[in-house]
Design a protein around this ligand. Sequence first.
Ligand code: SF4
Ligand code: SF4
Length: 361
Amino acid sequence: MHIDGVRYALDFLTQPRSELARPTAAGKVECLACAHRCKLAPGARGVCLVRFRQEDALRVPWGYTAGVAVDPIEKKPFFHLLPGAKALSFGMLGCDMKCAYCQNWFTSQSLRDQAASQEAVPTSPEALVAAARRLGCPVITSTYNEPLITAEWAHDVFALAKEEGIVGTFVSNGHATPEVLDYLADVLAGYKVDLKSFSHENYRRLGGKLDAVKETIRLVWERGIWCEVVTLVVPGFNDSDHELAAMAEFLVSVSPDIPWHLTAFHPDYKMTDPPRTSAATLIRACGIGRQAGLRFVYAGNLPGQVEPWEHTHCPTCGTVLVTRWGFTVLENRLTAQGSCPRCHHSIPGRWRVPVPAPHAH
Ligand code: SF4
Ligand code: SF4
């Protein structure tokens, strides 16, 4: 479909919503869903292109998905949230950033790039939650594109899921606002944030702001939402010792218990020059994270090549607690309470499915 047709069709899959909209003194409507904070005149569209103002209302995406799959939660990646669980994962269309290496560009850039081909399929929160239940998924995840730009839809899906004891999670670029985090806090159990670089200039090139992402990590952690951070290590872009150490030191300043995933880049989309990330680079990066004081550092995307950085170790006695190969959990020795079976150190994370809230009817 031509890109104008995609936009036109998607405009019908929207609702007027006020939770993340604020009128400004200048007669505009400010969108609070991401750190761009677009201030929209009548008829204007946000940077993400999927949210727009119609008369006085902010219309936001609602009632569709663009790609649904059952993935292991380790693929998100969450390593400290229900290890081995299946996550019903759904995508939407669009993004508020434009990373040249986006591995999900066919969904995230579908409103900017004619080559992107993923289409929207109408659905409902009820149908998604029923599918999660039927497929034995204790987790439901908004992923594949940027979930913040469809925060109201995620909120409605996750609120219904929570009633069934299914936890909602975000796989996000973390370009959030305090307002959207407050809005989601009750229904969001886990938040994966990409920390793409520690350079303001790199973030500007990707279409976002470093300070907003740092603030998101801090606020998510403070709100008690389980947070894991991912850095795609791109040779020549963000893999210097200095930059990796700066990221790690920042994470330690929030909490040394935040798991940090360092994942291998492969050429994709419009970033085809840098070589693939080597196992040696990932192992070096993991060492920098550990040296800075992070207790849980993982290497991703190179299964079996990055020993011992795919596994979870007890930070007190060194016992291997969870053994992994790529996204597969080979052995989980954590106790039911999420502690080390040897020294009983409590490991930070979310280890048990919460008990569903009683139904109102
Ligand atoms: S989600 Fe972000 S980019 Fe989209 S309209 Fe809102 S503030 Fe702008
Ligand atoms: S923020 Fe994520 S989804 Fe958006 S363009 Fe960048 S990598 Fe892709």
